[in-house]
Design a protein around this ligand. Structure first.
Ligand SMILES: Cc1cc2nc3c(=O)[nH]c(=O)nc-3n(C[C@H](O)[C@H](O)[C@H](O)COP(=O)(O)OP(=O)(O)OC[C@H]3O[C@@H](n4cnc5c(N)ncnc54)[C@H](O)[C@@H]3O)c2cc1C
Ligand SMILES: *[C@@H]1O[C@H](CO)[C@@H](O)[C@H](O)[C@H]1NC(C)=O
Ligand SMILES: *[C@@H]1O[C@H](CO)[C@@H](O)[C@H](O)[C@H]1NC(C)=O
Ligand SMILES: *[C@@H]1O[C@H](CO)[C@@H](O)[C@H](O)[C@H]1NC(C)=O
Ligand SMILES: *[C@@H]1O[C@H](CO)[C@@H](O)[C@H](O)[C@H]1NC(C)=O
Ligand SMILES: *[C@@H]1O[C@H](CO)[C@@H](O)[C@H](O)[C@H]1NC(C)=O
Ligand SMILES: *[C@@H]1O[C@H](CO)[C@@H](O)[C@H](O)[C@H]1NC(C)=O
Ligand SMILES: *[C@@H]1O[C@H](CO)[C@@H](O)[C@H](O)[C@H]1NC(C)=O
Ligand SMILES: *[C@@H]1O[C@H](CO)[C@@H](O)[C@H](O)[C@H]1NC(C)=O
Length: 509
């Protein structure tokens, strides 16, 4: 019976990924003829279900990852870091369905939306924009990120300084536990509801849908992008950014993308920084604000554009999109042009990096082959108001900015070619170089930039704390472990960095 229960929810998981749902969220309420046939023929039994299940032990695991990637909802199949949930749907044995469970049901009156976990952020943004220009959901930058992983890891984005994390605006969850029970916030209780908003979905069960609160935004907002190189005093300007951006008016969120490149027509490298921002207001107010607080950036109207909030998601979301791109592209999966193939690592900066440190970083970047990227993402503002324990995501008050470090493999056939491996080695050496300049005890890392280099051992708390406290800090990690022991005691939902179950009792839990 137990085995049946386990396989049953695996089946649900697969169905979730493969079929289109009605809005009632009933598992069997699907319109597709093939699926009804499958259900009605009473063919849900262990034999048929096992054919639909894939675990990391299946030899075709990698090809299934590939299938997921081709779906473009998922990140890369690097050998290092699938933040893999234990269950990977295989290619359907029955005919593929035309769409995934990804409806976003937006209610402007109640300022809420029910979003199915298969939805991409871009699909939610587009669904909101079809009803209003003055409400939005404070979620991530890239429209191709899935709501399921995004919210269950916390989720920051262009409204983080004004409204905090995406998970701060989760109001309810529809969830399947390890016994196949469908739960909501009330029936699961506040402990598990807390865990699912930053503890990672892959440790506890299957999330079917999120109810989220929408936040007010002005009808017109301002976006800007401005390049600055080292020759244009980039080091001084970035140094100043660290003091200004995390403390400025919370209607303004800035990020700085940092890359190395060749100075035009030479073989000499330089650093290019792209200062990008979203301001919840008009251009003239933004320009006078920056003129007063950050004149070194020398931002002028030439770098700014007034747009709607949904257009800002285009401009800041994908380099190939502009404000003239039809907003429907946010919800167009065939329009998604590039699978993300890279190795990522994160850090949090709590003390401004001195100019000498910045110069060391640039020098380090010159050692790589121009496939690296640093993304400095400003926090502060609303994030200062949350205790580290409010949600499992603990990187809150005192963080000036988040650092995402990335090397890409798009020109390589895989992430294990000699060239790719060299880039990964370089990324690890950058990680070492940054140590004096980033958060300590623990050195914090973002769960959603899942990094198996941090460690995977989890037989004891001492082992697991090496990586777990970096994602969640001690108090949250221990609370997650207690919740895990209660809701999934057999550790069915697991991956290399899922919340552990200990075989020996842990007295100090
Ligand atoms: C191009 C790009 C841009 C990004 N930008 C941002 C950003 O702006 N802000 C930010 O916060 N993060 C960002 N991220 C990180 C992103 O949040 C994570 O990659 C996240 O895990 C993606 O979730 P997914 O649902 O798309 O992926 P998936 O691979 O489907 O999910 C990742 C993990 O989430 C869990 N999960 C997913 N769905 C469910 C479910 N239904 N039930 C239970 N558990 C589930 C599982 O553990 C799963 O392994 C970005 C990533 C990329 C690749
Ligand atoms: C399971 O279902 C398949 C397909 O309907 C059927 O052929 C098989 O006999 C069933 N097995 C059991 C044990 O019921
Ligand atoms: C995956 O492996 C399990 C266990 O070895 C097996 O029962 C199942 O049929 C395999 N699934 C596929 C799709 O190969
Ligand atoms: C939207 O929310 C309002 C207020 O809660 C409610 O009265 C209304 O029925 C909802 N509309 C839909 C279509 O669900
Ligand atoms: C910044 O520089 C890059 C590379 O030279 C260029 O492609 C991009 O258009 C520039 N962006 C702006 C806003 O000028
Ligand atoms: C760089 O800074 C110096 C000293 O503050 C200043 O004189 C010079 O004009 C700046 N150069 C640029 C390109 O902004
Ligand atoms: C670079 O070379 C091209 C082609 O010779 C030339 O048109 C361009 O002006 C050069 N740019 C600079 C900055 O010298
Ligand atoms: C500021 O930017 C304007 C327009 O981009 C440019 O003309 C001017 O030279 C810049 N000033 C400085 C000090 O860099
Ligand atoms: C989706 O994007 C593709 C590729 O860019 C394009 O051909 C197609 O017309 C788009 N579909 C819609 C409905 O916009």
């Amino acid at each position: 019976m137990k085995k049946f229960r386990l396989t049953f929810y695996v089946f649900i998981f697969i169905i979730l990924h493969l079929v289109s749902w009605g809005s009632s969220f009933s598992i069997f309420d699907v319109s597709t003829e093939d699926f009804n046939t499958c259900i009605e023929s009473n063919s849900i039994n262990d034999t048929t279900i096992s054919q639909l299940i894939l675990t990391p032990t299946n030899s075709s695991f990698e090809s299934v990852w590939q299938a997921r990637i081709n779906n473009l909802k998922f990140i890369q199949p690097t050998t290092l870091d699938h933040p893999s949930s234990p269950l990977q749907p295989t290619k359907p044995k029955f005919k593929p369905f035309s769409s995934a469970p990804r409806n976003s049901d937006v209610n402007v009156t109640s300022r809420t939306a029910w979003v199915q976990t298969g939805a991409l952020l871009g699909e939610l943004y587009y669904a909101i924009s079809q009803k209003t220009n003055t409400l939005y959901f404070p979620a991530g930058i890239c429209p191709t990120v899935g709501i399921g992983g995004y919210l269950s890891g916390g989720g920051y984005g262009n409204l983080v300084r004004k409204y905090g994390l995406g998970a701060d605006h989760a109001l309810d969850i529809r969830f399947v536990d390890v016994n196949g029970n469908i739960l909501d916030r009330k029936s699961m209780g506040e402990d598990l509801f807390w865990a699912l908003r930053g503890g990672g979905g892959g440790s506890f069960g299957i999330i079917l849908a999120w109810k989220v609160g929408l936040v007010p935004v002005p009808e017109i907002v301002t976006v800007f992008r401005k390049n600055v190189t080292l020759e244009q005093n980039g080091t001084d300007i970035f140094y100043k950014y660290q003091y200004v951006a995390p403390r400025i008016d919370r209607d303004l969120t800035m990020r700085v993308q940092i890359l190395s490149m060749l100075i035009e027509n030479t073989t000499t490298k330089t650093i290019r920084m792209s200062f990008d921002g979203l301001y919840l207001g008009r251009m003239d107010t933004l320009l006078s604000l920056l003129d007063k607080r950050f004149p070194e950036l020398n931002l002028t109207s030439a770098s700014c554009e007034e747009v709607t909030m949904v257009q800002s998601s285009l401009v800041l979301g994908e380099p190939q999109y502009t404000s003239s791109t039809p907003t429907a592209m946010l919800a167009n999966r065939t329009g998604i042009v590039r699978p993300w193939n890279s190795k990522q690592k994160s850090d949090y900066v709590r003390t401004p990096i001195p100019k000498s440190g910045l110069r060391k970083i640039w020098k380090k970047m010159f050692e790589n082959d121009m496939t690296e990227m640093l993304m400095m993402y400003t926090f502060g503002g609303k994030m200062e108001e949350y205790a580290d324990t409010a949600l499992p995501y603990p990187h809150r008050a005192g963080v000036l900015y988040q650092v995402l470090k990335d090397v890409g493999f798009r020109d390589q056939t895989s992430d294990t070619t000699p060239v790719s491996l060299k880039r990964i080695e370089w990324l690890r050496s950058l990680e070492k170089l940054l140590e004096p300049y980033v958060s300590k005890n623990p050195r914090e890392a973002y769960l959603n930039y899942n990094d198996l280099d941090l460690g995977v051992e989890s037989d004891t708390y001492a082992e697991a704390s090496v990586w777990g406290e970096r994602y969640w800090k001690r108090a949250n990690f221990k609370r997650l472990i207690r919740i895990k022991a209660r809701v999934d005691p057999d550790n069915f939902f697991r991956h290399p960095q899922s919340i552990p179950i200990f075989s020996t009792s842990v007295s100090d839990m």
